[in-house]
Design a protein around this ligand. Structure first.
Ligand SMILES: [Zn+2]
Length: 306
């Protein structure tokens, strides 16, 4: 039977954690917004504590199946210690065993505690890595005038969609976004200000100021800005706001630097993804009327949709 306090389980957890953090940093932005990484670290710390407690409870006992059994010694008739020296893997294994044995007998708490400290050190290093990545890249890495210029541009574009003067704020303190029902932005219906997450603002900034496009992220950021703008215009229904946003997103994308064809393809993909995403967030699903010639078609004269 596998004992969870053995180093094998802890090692697997740590490898998994490193892989997850790497994926979180380098992977799709959907993972970033969907997976609260701090919760992952909390679970990791919890597991380390569990390993420590388990190891301390188990005490200085040896895993019995790893020792050469008396019956084996009798059967093979030699001291395995001498024979094992020729095999590197087994040699390492034996060294670990000796280490465990000596440490365990002399100071039974030292080895589990050392492993625990090592685990915590790894978690701390990963936390630091994410903190550095967050600070050196993204919206927070831009200087204040640049962020102001970008927010002014977003506000101007949102004002065109809302049909009135509105302000877009990139919520650096995250006071608004994330706490309310929207994951990416929030606006009061019919109001004059909306808040976007720094991630969405940064994707919009990259498009508008650097001509940098990351396909699905750029598409999502355009949709979110347009979606909040429609809320400001007075559309309260989420599905309707999203459907209108996908249509406004084409012109918005074009104005921020995309070609007409690229902007249309992006919004068409967003519409297709909407159906997939909808399962968890029912109020976001656009209605069947969100189609060319449908009730929610803003421009009946155009034959492509969105
Ligand atoms: Zn909304």
């Amino acid at each position: 039977m596998e004992d969870s306090t053995r180093p094998g389980a802890a090692t697997l957890v740590r490898i998994g954690l490193v892989a997850l953090v790497a994926l979180w940093i380098l992977g799709p932005s959907m993972l970033r917004s969907a997976l609260p990484i701090w919760l992952v670290f909390l679970v990791a710390v919890g597991l380390e504590v569990q390993f420590l407690v388990g190891a301390l409870r188990a005490g200085p006992q040896e895993p019995p199946d790893r020792r050469p059994q008396q019956v084996d010694l009798e059967r093979y008739g030699f001291e395995p210690e001498e024979e094992l020296g020729e095999d590197d893997d087994l040699d390492d294994d034996r060294d670990d065993l000796d280490d465990l044995e000596v440490t365990a007998e002399a100071r039974p708490f030292l080895l589990p505690v050392r492993r625990f400290v090592l685990g915590l050190g790894l978690i701390a290093a990963l936390v630091l890595t994410i903190w550095l990545v967050d600070n050196r890249t993204g919206w927070d890495s831009l200087d204040r005038p640049t962020r102001g210029e970008a927010a002014a541009r977003f506000s101007a574009e949102a004002s065109r969609i809302a049909g009135k003067e509105v302000s877009i704020y990139c919520d650096e303190s995250r006071d608004y976004v994330g706490a309310v029902q929207h994951a990416d932005g929030v606006a009061i219906v019919g109001g004059d200000r909306a808040y976007l997450t720094p991630e969405r603002c940064y994707d919009l900034y990259r498009l508008a100021f650097r001509d940098e496009v990351t396909w699905s992220r750029t598409a999502r950021a355009l949709t979110v800005l347009a979606h909040e703008a429609w809320h400001l215009r007075g559309i309260g229904d989420e599905g309707t706001a999203e459907c209108y946003a996908l249509q406004s997103g084409v012109e918005l994308g074009r104005r921020l630097g995309l070609s007409q064809g690229t902007a249309e393809r992006m919004m068409r993909q967003q519409l297709a993804e909407n159906a997939l995403r909808g399962a968890g967030t029912a109020e976001y699903v656009v209605s069947p009327e969100c189609r060319d010639g449908g009730r929610l078609d803003l421009d009946a004269s155009r034959t492509s949709f969105p």
